[in-house]
Design a protein around this ligand. Sequence first.
Ligand SMILES: [Ca+2]
Ligand SMILES: [Ca+2]
Length: 97
Amino acid sequence: MGGRGPDRFVIDSLASGVDTIRDFRTRERDVLDLSELITDYDGTPANHVRLTGSGGVVQVEVDVDGGGNSFVPAVTVRGDMGLDVTSLVAAGTIVLT
Ligand SMILES: [Ca+2]
Ligand SMILES: [Ca+2]
């Protein structure tokens, strides 16, 4: 999954288990698109996405209806994404809408 240059990783279902994205590179403008999962965006990125982990392995959890009260695992991202949800959404690296 993913190669040199920009890749767009679209997560469109939570039903098929948690996949792993390898080689996610923000400097290549790789994008993680979660918009198909978000049913009711509440305007606050951190209410919809929680990033945990470190060392280049990030667990991505999603709260599809916002509020930050019902996170479920969505995908694991290996690479250089980091953990700053607000900045990643502002930069367009993580797409919620
Ligand atoms: Ca890439
Ligand atoms: Ca919720």
